[in-house]
Write a protein that binds this ligand. Structure first.
Ligand SMILES: [Zn+2]
Length: 205
């Protein structure tokens, strides 16, 4: 599951009551801290809000790219690469491989980190790998309407679900063309019309 660049305010993971003692939380700057947090005056619990990590993978097989058409919101019916929120206890590469299997029943080998995107306006970080489909087999998982292996010229650019996916796919195809994959580190924000745009990026390699 991926939920990048929906046209709405960031999910703040707001918690009203203390998960330790159920006392009502209030806003305060804890001693030695620099920012306001939700804190519990009863047991001194501090509720930290931190960014969510999403990992995914551009999966290739015989020069074709594996895309999934989303069966869930946001962006139901639009195309994406397999990606989703990390689970506790797994690595970023394990998350990317797991999402490929859950969303596309795809077994992926040779995972290499390709691009990272910081999205501070929604407090999310995306780590996109590249990898190869093991045996050509793929099928729609429960979060996908269908999956397809597509040549570059058949990628539905107008129907891609998310800005980051489109940006990463473009860079991937450019790099494949030149015969060398770099690593990208990018920052994406919303403009005044809530359209995602690339603020900056660096390339290594
Ligand atoms: Zn408490």
């Amino acid at each position: 599951m991926i939920s990048i660049i929906p046209n709405r305010a960031p999910v703040m993971q707001e918690v009203l009551y203390c998960p330790q003692c159920a006392h009502r939380l209030h806003q305060a700057i804890p001693d030695g801290d620099h920012a306001e947090r939700s804190v519990c005056s009863q047991c001194d619990y501090i509720h930290y809000l931190n960014p969510k990590l999403v990992a995914g993978c551009i999966v290739e097989y015989q020069e074709k790219i594996l895309l999934c058409r989303r069966a869930i919101e946001p962006r139901h019916g639009f195309w994406t690469v397999p990606a989703g929120y990390m689970e506790n206890g797994e690595t970023t590469a394990q998350c990317a491989a797991r999402e490929a299997y859950e969303e596309a029943e795809a077994r992926v080998d040779d995972l290499v980190l390709f691009a990272s995107y910081s999205l501070p306006h929604i407090s999310q970080v995306y780590l996109l790998y590249r990898g190869t489909l093991r045996d050509g087999a793929h099928a729609a998982g429960s979060e996908s309407l269908e999956t397809r292996l597509l040549h570059a010229e058949d990628i539905p650019w107008q129907d891609l679900a998310f800005f980051v996916v489109a940006d990463a796919l473009q860079r991937y195809l450019q790099d494949r063309q030149r015969g060398h994959f770099a690593h990208y580190d990018a920052v994406v924000e919303h403009d005044a019309q809530h359209q995602a745009r690339l603020v900056s990026y660096s390339r290594v390699g």
